[in-house]
Structures are given as C-alpha cells and as structure tokens.
Design a protein around this ligand. Structure first.
Ligand SMILES: Cc1cc2nc3c(=O)[nH]c(=O)nc-3n(C[C@H](O)[C@H](O)[C@H](O)COP(=O)(O)OP(=O)(O)OC[C@H]3O[C@@H](n4cnc5c(N)ncnc54)[C@H](O)[C@@H]3O)c2cc1C
Length: 451
C-alpha cells in the first residue's frame, strides 16, 4: 500500500516505494510543486485527504481535494502541445503532470525528423503561448533552433514531465476521476495516476503510417518511414524511391538527390506547390481578404512560378490551398528546390505504387522500376483509440476529434484534446489557452460553491 509522505520544503507529495509502488519524484509535478495521485502495479491509488493537501500543497488556491482525489490535470505527451498546456496551467497555479513515453520532450523533433528540416511556417505562426521566439532567430527556424526554443520553454515555465511513461489506458469512473495507467519503461511496472482533468496531447503525428502495398512484405531492399530518415549520406549512388509528395516526401527526395542518390518520387494525389514566401504572404492576406480570393491569388502566383507541372506527373487540385487545408487538413507543399530537380530530370516522378515484386516496383501506369530503398513519407496517425476509453465520442475511429475546429478541443467529464485541429503549432497555442482558461473557470466556480 503506498504511503503518502509530504516534503514540506517543496510542497511535493511522494508515495513511498512499498509494495511495488510507482514512485513520483520531484521531476514529476508541475506548477511549483503540487501533488497528484499515483500508485504502483497493484492498482491501489492513494487517496489523499484534504488535510494532507492543505499541509503540503503549494500550488496556491487552485489545489483542491474532493473525496480524497486531488484535482489536477494530466497531459499525455510532452510534445509542443503537452508543454504548451503545462505552461498555461502552471501560470494559473493549476497542478498538472505531463506523462511522456520517451526520455525527452519533443521526441518528434529530437528523434524522428530529418536533419535539414526547418519550420514550414514563419516563426510568428509557430510560437507557443507566453514566449515568442528570440528576435535574432531567422523567420524560418531550423529544427535545431526550434528544439532550443522548446528546451528553453520547459525551463522557463518549470515543466518537468515524467518520462518513460507510456500510457496504455485512460478511463473515467463516472464520477469526477480520470484513471490513467502508464507503463514505466525503467521498471516495467504499470503505474496508476488519477486526476480530475485529462488533456490528450499525444499528437496527430504519433505513429508513422505505411499503407498496405501488395507484395511489400517480400521486398528485398531497405524500407523505412520518413520519421526514420535523417539524411541521404548513406544512399549515395543508390536508387531510392520516396513514396508520398507531402512536405516530408518532397524534401527527402531533394535531400537524397543532393547527397548523390538517384531519387524518385511516387505521387498519388494532386498537390499544391508553393514557395514559403507565398504561404507567408497568403497567411497575412487572410486577415484582409476572403479565403477564396487569397486562394485564387496563390494559385495564379504558383502557376506563374512553376508553370504547368502536369507535364512532369504532378497534378494541381482544383480547390485552393487554404480551402483544402481547412477542409481536409492537407497542407500545400512548400518547395525547397525539389521542383527544379524534377524539371531537370534529377528527380524522377512516378504515379502511385501498385505492387512490389522482389526489388521491382510496379506503378499505376504499368511501368516497373527497381529500387534499393523505399522511404515511405506517407504520413502519421493518432494512437488515441488504442488507449483512451470513455471519451464520450470526442474522437472518431481514427483517433481524431469528431468536431471540426474551433469546437474540437473539449469533451465531457474534464476531457480535452490539444494539437488535433490540423492547424500545427498555431492551433496548439490556441487550444492550450482555451483549455487552461476552461479548467481555471471550472475550478474557480467549484471553489465558490464550496465556500
Ligand atoms: C516533419 C514535420 C514538420 C512539421 N513542421 C511544422 C511547422 O513548420 N509548423 C507547424 O505549425 N507545424 C508543423 N508540424 C506539425 C505539428 O506542429 C508537429 O507535428 C508538432 O510536433 C505537434 O505537436 P504535438 O505535441 O501535438 O505532437 P507530437 O510532437 O507528436 O508530441 C506528442 C508526444 O506524445 C507522446 N506520446 C504519444 N503517445 C503516448 C502515450 N501513449 N503515452 C505517453 N506519451 C505518448 C509522444 O512520444 C510525443 O512526445 C510538423 C510536423 C511534422 C511531422
């Protein structure tokens, strides 16, 4: 049975390690040290009494206890979304904890993105709440600078995620309690956390998606997802096919080509290709002009810049780029130089893959070609459906919100999601502020009722 102990110096609660209890150390709780409930694999969660909390909590007047359950928020995932909401809650002195399966914040950026990646959007559209990018950063920030910004962000707002906690289940008790079970990567034990609010911040991009392709299991070459690709050095002199013509696919094909690989790209769907300046200009114009007008102007500019790309196997959608972003979530591709290489023939374009036969890939136009490696830049998917129960239909079968933005972020029983609006870091920033304000309002109203 866990024994709650209080460290009065930091206002932290600990559960003693007895009976295989998951210990919560001082890296565990945000908001200047307030408690939360945790228990070990025996599944017994410690019921904290009000006295315990009054003695030990230092999270200000937002630290509440009801029926022995500490009212705090869990954020699942320490990507930009998880740390953004943690910062907003910390500023309101609302106790919260971030559970992260990896051993660092922003694992997508630190471990699963290619070297030459830069933010696709200008930095003013990519800030997290309450902390702008340093003025000496360029408009388009490299991934290394973005990581530096995120590391500074967690330091600035005193965010201390619990790492190595892979959430395997989250359910609601029908009262006022969310129960989260997370596997501790260090001990292998299942730990149980309980709290009033649950914020899902596990991301739209949390698992690499590879489509089913006939015969792929028998492919003799190297297969990888874009999240496993660092750079093209080891592919010099090789024939490499990139599947998918989104931002990652187009940039990886460019990188491979620059590194001396014979790169090809398989393009299935029509795509808008714009320069980063066009996107930035379009985003600022949206403040003054209707979306369809901005879209029309961008389509004209793109046509002027690149001409008719259908000669090279790339079709352009009839609907405009911002319309498609808003309705389907599909972003325009921001060209880093790939189009020039396609026009010079340095990067070949193929239609979609039909099947794989040994090292031979058969395409939709009936042609076949041989490749030594295939990089699937075919996107990501949410993993929410694997572990979240009792979500009150906040999420659909694909683990994405049922409601469209701006109504997507709030569910029932203190459940929220952040970073699922297909609106990138800009959307994350808005979600974080909405969710923190909502939790703050609920706690303030409850405090008034209790008095
Ligand atoms: C290559 C690439 C480039 C992008 N560039 C831009 C850009 O320039 N501008 C922009 O606005 N947006 C961009 N985005 C989109 C988006 O902003 C990023 O994907 C951003 O990282 C999303 O943040 P997030 O916190 O929602 O998700 P993530 O960064 O994916 O973080 C989710 C976290 O949750 C953790 N997690 C997942 N499941 C569990 C679990 N069961 N238990 C515990 N932890 C879990 C993961 O380990 C991860 O750390 C880009 C995306 C990609 C893939």
């Amino acid at each position: 049975m866990p024994i709650p102990t209080i460290d009065n110096n930091r206002g932290m609660f600990f559960y003693g390690i007895c009976g295989g209890v998951g210990c919560v150390d001082d890296a565990g709780c945000n908001s200047g040290g307030s408690g939360f409930c945790s228990s070990g694999s025996d599944g017994v969660s410690g019921g904290l009494g009000a006295t315990d909390l009054d003695d030990g909590g230092s999270g200000g007047d937002k630290v509440l206890v009801e029926s022995g359950v500490l009212l705090c928020a869990f954020q699942l995932g320490a990507g930009p979304a998880g740390i953004a909401i943690a910062a907003c809650l910390n500023l309101l002195s609302i106790p919260n904890i971030v559970l992260e399966r990896e051993d660092c914040i922003a694992s997508l950026w630190k471990k699963k993105s290619y070297d030459r990646l830069k933010l696709h959007l200008a930095k003013k559209y990519c800030t997290l709440p309450h902390m702008p990018f340093p003025s000496h950063f360029p408009a388009f920030v490299s991934k290394y600078m973005f990581i530096q910004y995120l590391d500074n962000y967690v330091a600035q707002f005193n965010i201390n995620p619990l790492y190595g906690r892979s959430v395997e289940s989250a359910s609601h008790d029908g009262g006022q309690k969310w129960k989260v079970e997370a596997r501790n990567a260090g001990s292998g034990e299942m730990e149980v956390f309980e709290g009033r609010f649950l914020v899902v911040a596990t991301g739209e991009n949390c698992e690499g998606f590879v489509p089913k392709v006939l015969g792929l299991e028998g492919y003799g070459g190297e297969l990888l997802h874009s999240s496993e690709y660092d750079n093209g050095k080891m592919y010099s002199g090789k024939d490499v096919l990139v599947v998918g013509c989104g931002n990652s696919g187009m940039e990886i094909a460019y990188d491979l080509c620059n590194c001396g690989a014979r790169a090809a790209i398989s393009v299935r769907s029509p795509v808008h290709i714009l320069t980063k300046e066009m996107v930035q200009w379009g985003m600022s114009m949206l403040k003054y002009l209707p979306l369809y007008v901005v879209d029309k102007m961008l389509q004209t500019l793109a046509n002027f810049q690149y001409g008719d790309l259908s000669h090279y196997g790339i079709q352009t959608p009839s609907k405009g780029p911002f319309h498609l972003k808003g309705t389907t979530g599909r972003s325009p591709v921001i060209d880093v130089g790939t189009v020039d290489k396609i026009k010079t023939g340095d990067i070949q374009v193929f239609p979609s893959i039909m099947s794989v036969n040994g090292d031979n890939i058969e395409f939709a136009d009936g042609k076949t070609s041989r490749f030594q490696a295939i990089v699937f830049a075919t996107g990501y998917k949410s993993n929410v459906r694997k572990w979240l129960k009792d979500d009150g239909a906040l999420f659909n079968d694909d683990g994405m919100p049922v409601k469209k933005a701006p109504d997507h972020w709030k569910g029932e029983n203190g459940l929220y999601c952040i970073g699922f609006a297909r609106a990138g870091l800009f959307g994350i920033s808005i979600d974080a502020q909405n969710i923190a304000e909502d939790i703050n309002l609920i706690l303030s109203q409850q405090k008034t009722v209790d008095q």
